[in-house]
Write a protein that binds this ligand. Structure first.
Ligand code: ATP
Ligand code: MG
Length: 469
């Protein structure tokens, strides 16, 4: 792919000289390399009309305008860019004057969203080094080095060096269609290496979410983590506990809805990051033999659905990620004598409220998530009108899929899933026959499901939740 491009980069004599020294800038960057249009494969055809409109309007108004970040990185990798980020020397206020269809959002990072129909172009003003004395002085840093706010305007070099990875600091200049490479990002694209700009530990302390971004990009792009970028992660993983839950919710969705959720999960776990995001699930995995398999299967389903362009819901994802913690708590509560339904309610309540201290889950996802759990107790009870009622529950399909996961993971004995599969596909007459056959063997009878298998070991008792014959 991109033969000319690669050839250009392999001829050292052709490497463009550094045009801007680093003596005046932040100091540790390798300097600018400009790759002219004829020497790179990134064409305007790859960009959306909306992105081009924003670039040209800025350019025509006398501002600098570049496409930057994922769209240039992905274009160089031969992947279709998924969204477009613009960087400019126009301030948010100037941007608002220039684009009627725009609004300033964010506090930690003030950015401008320019809307064209359903497409939103994110425009950011060049940011300076935090603590620099020029520009508006509004960068704030906690005593631990965490960047609380970062709105100091700067020039493009400063902007480039405060981006996270070298491959994310490539700028496409609308003035002459060249690519500006500030941190040897092209070299790292060619060797498929994800490398932080600057000192990794400092950069992770400034923003611990960069550890999650490292895992996400490495997995999604199939890049290896540079050794220095990789080294501090395990030790610094607990810094994620400082991140506001709402931001982590967004990050977790990006981590698990990019089509590589299983690999991402393994990497997060190996680097000690998973335990910081989902502590209950992490603890439960050590105790419940089925827990890891349940999570892996749920993530694998998610990956498959994304590959097949079917819809995925965060409710199902979170239902699976939190379920081991819920099941473990439910076992404990039931062991004290509480019946299953209130035990599940109490366990869900406790597990969710602990999780919300780490990652917020908006109500539009947490309510269906809890429906999926509640239905796990209703699915075994099928006699009389119950099966019909459960079948009509708006969350039946998700709950049934969830039941299958639990069976496949070995949490509960198989069989009930198959029954429901047959029941869904049967006509009235056949459904009637299936319900008749249940008599005497269905836990929805007089004992109301409370007849539980003798407790062997703590971890096995959750099996009683799905026990159905
Ligand atoms: P994608 O959109 O494919 O997930 P992206 O690289 O475009 O990848 P965004 O989150 O859209 O990622 O961010 C756009 C750019 O902003 C990044 O490429 C990077 O240059 C910069 N950036 C984003 N988040 C951070 C961060 N936490 N620290 C430093 N720079 C960041
Ligand atoms: Mg992006």
């Amino acid at each position: 792919m991109f033969k000319g491009f690669t050839r250009f980069l392999q001829r050292p004599g052709e490497r463009l000289k550094t045009l801007l020294g680093s003596q005046d800038g932040p100091g540790d960057g390798p300097g600018l390399r400009i790759i002219p249009r004829e020497d790179h494969p990134v064409s305007r055809k790859l960009f959306s009309e909306a992105a081009l409109k924003v670039l040209y309007r800025l350019h025509n108004a006398g501002f600098e305008a570049y496409l930057v970040g994922g769209c240039i990185r992905d274009s160089l990798l031969g992947k279709a860019p998924k969204d477009f980020d613009v960087a400019t020397n126009a301030t948010p206020e100037q941007l608002r004057d220039l684009f009627r269809n725009s609004r300033i959002i964010g506090r930690r990072f003030r950015i401008v969203h320019v809307r064209f129909g359903r497409e939103v172009i994110e425009v950011t003003t060049f940011r300076g080094k935090p603590g620099d004395d020029h520009g508006e002085h509004i960068a704030h840093q906690s005593e631990h080095g965490l960047l609380l706010r970062d709105n100091v305007w700067g020039n493009i070099e400063e902007d480039a060096l405060r981006r996270d990875f070298t491959v994310n600091a490539l700028y496409y200049n609308i003035a002459d269609f060249s690519i500006h490479d500030w941190a040897d990002g092209v070299r790292d694209i060619e060797s498929r290496t994800l490398r932080l700009i600057g000192d990794p530990e400092t950069r992770y302390r400034e923003d611990p979410v960069r550890m999650l971004r490292a895992i996400r990009f490495a997995t999604k792009l199939g890049f290896r983590l540079d050794a220095d970028t990789e080294a501090p992660i395990r030790e610094l993983a607990p810094l994620l506990l400082q991140i506001p839950p709402a931001r982590l919710f967004d990050e977790v969705l990006k981590l698990f809805l990019a089509g590589h959720a299983v690999d991402t999960f393994h990497a997060l776990r190996d680097y000690g990051l998973f335990a910081m995001l989902f502590p209950e699930a992490y603890e439960a995995m050590a105790e419940l033999p089925w827990a890891e398999s349940l999570i892996e299967r749920a993530l694998d389903n998610t990956d498959t659905r994304i590959r097949e362009e079917r819809p995925v819901t965060p409710a199902f994802l979170f239902a699976a990620l939190l379920w081991p913690g819920v099941a473990r708590r439910m076992d404990d509560i039931q062991a004290e004598g509480m019946p299953p339904i209130p035990a599940l309610q109490a366990a869900s309540q406790q597990a969710v409220s602990r999780q919300l201290q780490h990652i917020s889950i908006p109500k539009r996802f947490s309510l269906p998530m809890r429906d999926i759990w509640d239905l796990q107790l209703r699915l075994p009870k099928r006699r009389g009108k119950r099966a019909i009622q459960t079948r009509e529950h708006p969350r039946f399909r998700a709950a049934y899929d969830f039941l299958l996961l639990r069976e496949e993971a070995g949490e509960i004995d198989p069989g009930l899933g198959q029954w429901w599969n047959a029941f869904q596909n049967a006509d009235d007459h056949e459904q009637h026959r299936m319900l008749g056959k249940l008599d005497g063997s269905d836990p929805s009878g007089a004992d109301n499901g409370r007849k539980r298998r003798p407790r062997k070991r703590r971890r096995r008792t959750s099996s009683s939740m799905g026990h159905h014959d």
